[in-house]
Ligand binder design. Structure first.
Ligand code: CU
Length: 229
């Protein structure tokens, strides 16, 4: 190989490596979902956190992806993120406005409520300790923090008619489609830390085994709970 060819090859290789690194930084590291900080809003040892699920993410460049949103505690606007911060040793009262339709669980064990106060979740105000998605169309996603033993199945609309008339522009509101309101509480650990949470239903439709896309990208079907002062 001539010197010129060698230098050219080297330059091309160099550009590819640098380009790859720049791509990695921009694509995977920079777009960290923003953290909604609930810590200033805690009082009397409790804090209220509000999320929603939606069948699509029309506010991003991935409009077909299922997603969670977190409510900004200051403005009460929905923010497209799955990161939130709460204080340690505090009772977190979670409300999840579920606007998506049903997808059966792969394993019925994810239909059991674990790690919450009283071992229950409230579906539209009614306490339940388990949802059986194999007996009916009744679960859309799950909210789980494995490190804290927390698993909560999110109830879905149960009728075909409701499932065909879901909210189609997200973030959703009560007037934009059928909604199931799921509430539950748990206590954050006394020591701070970062706790990953995720949905365990392979709800990334059109992806291999349903586990790609929104299931594999932070800010959609997974996120983190920061525990700190
Ligand atoms: Cu999901």
């Amino acid at each position: 190989m001539s010197l010129r060819a060698r230098v050219t090859t080297l330059l091309i290789a160099f550009v590819l490596v640098v380009g790859g690194a720049v791509f990695a930084v921009i694509e995977w590291i920079t777009p960290q979902p923003q953290v909604e900080d609930y810590t200033p809003y805690a009082s009397g040892g409790q804090v209220n956190v509000t999320l929603q699920t939606a069948a699509q993410t029309t506010v991003t460049d991935k409009p077909q992806w299922v997603t969670y949103f977190v409510m900004d505690p200051a403005t009460h606007q929905w923010v497209h993120t799955t990161y939130f911060k709460v204080p340690p040793a505090t009772r977190v009262n979670v409300t999840i406005d579920g606007y998506d339709g049903c997808t059966p669980l792969r394993n019925p064990v994810w239909g059991r409520v674990t790690g919450t106060i009283g071992g229950v979740e409230y579906v539209n105000g009614k306490p339940v300790s388990q949802l059986n998605s194999w007996s009916g169309c009744n679960i859309q996603h799950t909210f789980a923090i494995p490190e804290l033993g927390i698993n909560v199945p999110i109830a879905s609309p149960t009728t075909l008619k409701q499932n065909k008339n879901l909210c189609s522009t997200s973030p959703c509101s009560p007037s934009s489609g059928p909604r199931q309101v799921v509430t539950f509480s748990f206590v954050t650990p006394a020591q701070g830390g970062t706790y990953r949470w995720q949905c365990f239903i392979p709800c990334g439709l059109a992806y291999l085994d349903g586990n790609g896309g929104p299931m594999a990208t932070l800010g959609y079907m997974s996120g983190q709970m920061e525990v700190g002062a």
